[in-house]
Write a protein that binds this ligand. Structure first.
Ligand SMILES: [Zn+2]
Length: 564
């Protein structure tokens, strides 16, 4: 999603969620892990008039170990009124959901390797997002002419806000069919391939979709009287990809301008990273009443066609980057969410460089540098729920997963060079350095695997680099000492960890590169030489000026609040 402050949790919309429903990911429930979710068929009716939903979800499971019951995550505010197992109805006494975990007792034990299907009928008034996408739920909005405009965004709390699922990152079903029934005149673009509509006698229509291996938080409902622009993208990999943009009536001119960005943006990603991961489904973007979210093949766009000096729509570009970093490559635990947000944020300066060159790249990076806070490490090394990562007041890295993640990648790219950097990136995204349409499927990764990929492509161990940038809150500081005609540089690091990071120094306009083996180096310079350290800002390091500017800004903000 997009980087902006998280709202206070007290503002969350009614009805109240249980802690279990509120959280997404975290330490998996071992009992739930005995079942694997293979397939989902979700038939859901959206009723904007009453702000309610009614759903029938058929979940196909395989027992990974013998199971006597099934454990499904679902908000208890959406009561279940019937469950059938392999087509046979269960008595009401066979299930309960006191806390957001729907426990279903089976009539007989399912042995390892056997399949079982559960058809769950449920419905009610789903949780409403107050400030989507920073808190999740339904958004019941209206278009300027008063028609219903409905969206879901559930990254923080997870899929269980509106459909029965396993709310853990690795529980992606292989296939999911989605049937969305909406009032007459409304459209419901969603994930994956469009399988057509069916119209009911009273004019309601059902929109049918099928998506493979969806990221579990990336299933989304979007309902409005949308208009659509369709096109095709001819990939240099040889395939042709259908492209769609669903937008509100009356915005054709702006919509066409945004749609015109699709092909050049695809060119950049395909040539820089690799094939668009879901080329056999579609590129899909839909206008939403909230800012944006990386819904797989149906990215949410709510940036109001903002014009920017960079000449492209950063929000569209950021969410689109998540098709590679988030949906194709998914963090196996939300603790490693920097793999989604750090990469997706780095793609904006990288696109700036692709379009306009080094000056734009550095300008964009330097702007984001001012927002790195270094209050907590990017990763904890332990399973973490989504909110505990995105929310800095819960001790998580918060916005640093975006900006520090992006700056870490910039620094890594400088250190190991473009070839190694993009090969390691491709290994993380596709599991191979030679991806082509058809030779990869969505995959899970984590920080340790990424480090192994960097070691594999460089033949060197860069553990020291990741130990500092991923696992320490504070940044390395370059200590500069000048005595006579000698300049001595030394890295001061949290916990005195090793940090042999090379650094460039400009002496009277002449660039020198210091190896900094052992974390220090000296260079002889003319007595009154003018020295600039790291003139091209290649290395993320402590900046006292930025810390002072941040403190001053915080003080100004506090003052203006007091004054009101
Ligand atoms: Zn994002």
């Amino acid at each position: 999603m997009t980087a902006l402050p998280h709202p206070a949790s007290a503002e969350l919309g009614k009805p109240e969620l249980t802690p279990q429903t509120q959280k997404s990911g975290g330490a998996p429930n071992p009992e739930q892990m005995r079942q694997r979710l293979d397939s989902v068929d979700l038939a859901i009716e959206v009723m904007p008039e009453t702000e309610t939903i009614s759903g029938v979800a058929t979940l196909g499971f395989t027992a990974r170990a013998p199971v006597r019951g099934l454990i499904v995550d679902l908000d208890r505010n959406l009561p279940v009124d019937a469950i059938a197992i392999d087509g046979k109805p269960l008595p009401f006494s066979a299930w309960s959901n006191p806390d957001g975990v729907l426990r279903i007792k089976l009539k007989r034990r399912v042995p390892t390797g056997n399949k079982v299907s559960a058809r769950i009928s449920y419905g009610g008034r789903p949780h409403v997002a107050v400030r989507a996408p920073w808190d999740g739920g339904f958004v019941w909005a209206h278009t300027p002419d008063g028609s219903p405009w409905v969206a879901t965004a559930v990254q923080g709390e997870g899929c269980d806000l509106f459909w029965p699922c396993m709310d853990t990152p690795t529980a992606e079903p292989k296939v999911m069919d989605i049937h969305i029934t909406v009032p007459k005149g409304l459209k419901a673009p969603s994930n994956g391939v469009f399988l057509g509509t069916t119209t009911l006698p009273d004019g309601r229509t059902t929109w049918n979709w099928r998506v493979k291996t969806p990221n579990v938080y990336a299933i989304a409902l979007n309902v409005a009287p949308y208009e659509v622009i369709e096109g095709t993208y001819k990939s240099h990999f040889g395939n042709t990809i259908p492209t769609y943009y669903w937008y509100l009536p009356g915005e054709k001119v702006q919509a066409e301008a945004l749609f015109a960005e699709f092909a050049p943006t695809l060119d950049f990603f395909e040539r820089t990273i690799g094939p668009y991961p879901f080329g056999d489904e579609k590129v899909g973007v839909v206008e939403t009443p909230h800012k944006g979210m990386e819904h797989q093949t149906i990215n949410a766009y709510g940036n109001e066609y903002a014009m920017a000096a960079e000449g492209f729509d950063w929000l569209f570009q950021h969410e689109f980057a998540h098709e590679w970093f988030g949906n194709q490559l998914t963090a196996a635990d939300w603790d490693d969410m920097w793999l989604h947000e750090g990469y997706a944020s780095y793609m904006q300066p990288l696109y700036g460089q692709w379009r306009e060159g080094d000056a734009r790249y550095l300008a964009m990076l330097l702007k984001s540098r001012e927002t790195i806070l270094n209050a907590a490490p990017l990763v904890s090394g332990k399973p973490r729920a989504e909110e505990d990562v995105y929310t800095s007041d819960k001790g998580g890295p918060g916005g640093d997963i975006y900006v520090k993640g992006s700056w870490m990648l910039h620094t890594l790219r400088t250190l190991i060079g473009d070839r190694a950097f993009f090969d390691a990136t491709r290994l993380a995204v596709y599991g191979r350095i030679d991806p082509k349409p058809g030779n990869f499927t969505p995959r899970f990764s984590n920080s340790r695997e990424f480090e192994r990929f960097v070691a594999q492509v460089t033949g060197k161990d860069y553990g020291w680099f990741f130990d500092i940038y991923l696992r320490q809150a504070g940044l390395p500081e370059l200590i500069e000492t000048r005595t006579g005609n000698m300049l001595a540089l030394r890295w001061k690091t949290p916990g005195d960890l090793p940090f042999p990071m090379p650094i460039e120094v400009e002496v009277n306009g002449e660039l020198r590169r210091l190896a900094m083996a052992g974390g220090k180096d000296t260079v002889s310079i003319p007595p009154d030489a003018h020295v600039v350290i790291d003139p091209m800002a290649r290395v993320l390091r402590r900046s006292i000026a930025i810390e002072q500017a941040q403190a001053w800004q915080a003080a100004q903000k506090a003052k203006s609040k007091d004054g009101k």
